[in-house]
Design a protein around this ligand. Structure first.
Ligand code: ZN
Length: 190
């Protein structure tokens, strides 16, 4: 499969480690792909006032996000919380890590997967101490609230989860453990 064969890119949030590969020296790295992102996320990174107030070390992040949005300007799809972006694939805003940070709920009809994206960076630490965030969270208190809600839902629904920073095998389940939670890695075949 070539980059030109990709028809949809999902930007869960605009941090550099999630979007850097979307552009190359000649602009869009995927010439035929529609770029899907939440309207909230797009508004945040393209807001000149927010960028002006951001710490100096974050300015490069704004510039990269704006370069990516610019490269896909004619095929940018801004969605709201709960949008079905492909059959069985729902994009939900889980704010705090970034303000428009999205998770994906994927439902095949038989099985479900909750892609928790960057609500989690260290799954073992953060299931034990779910209020614990990282320096990369835009609003750490909001991110913690969102994470706890997500863990609670994953435990209640016993749904398979995956995350962008979850260690091998990258898939698992969340179970309750005392006042907090515990992560149980699993095979996607299980
Ligand atoms: Zn991130």
């Amino acid at each position: 499969m070539a980059p030109a064969d990709i028809d949809t890119l999902v930007m869960t949030h605009a941090h550099p480690d999630h979007i850097g590969g979307m552009v190359g020296a000649n602009g869009a790295a995927f010439p035929n792909a529609e770029l899907v992102v939440t309207g909230v996320e797009h508004s945040f990174w393209t807001d000149a006032g927010i960028m002006a107030q951001a710490p100096e070390e974050m300015k490069g992040g704004f510039q990269l996000a704006q370069a990516v949005f610019g490269a896909y300007a004619d095929r940018l799809k801004l969605v709201e919380d709960g949008a079905e972006i492909a059959p069985g694939v729902t994009m939900e805003i889980v704010p705090g890590h970034t303000m428009g940070h999205a998770v994906l709920h994927i439902d095949s009809g038989e099985r479900q997967l909750l892609m928790v994206t960057d609500a989690v960076h260290n799954i073992d630490l953060q299931t034990a101490l779910p209020e614990q965030g990282t320096m990369f969270d835009t609003d750490p208190a909001l991110a913690a609230q969102s994470r706890i809600r997500l863990f609670d839902r994953a435990a209640t629904d016993n749904v398979l989860i995956a995350g962008c920073h979850v260690h091998f095998p990258s898939f698992g389940r969340i179970v309750r453990s005392g006042e907090a939670y515990r992560y149980v890695p699993t095979s996607i075949l299980g």
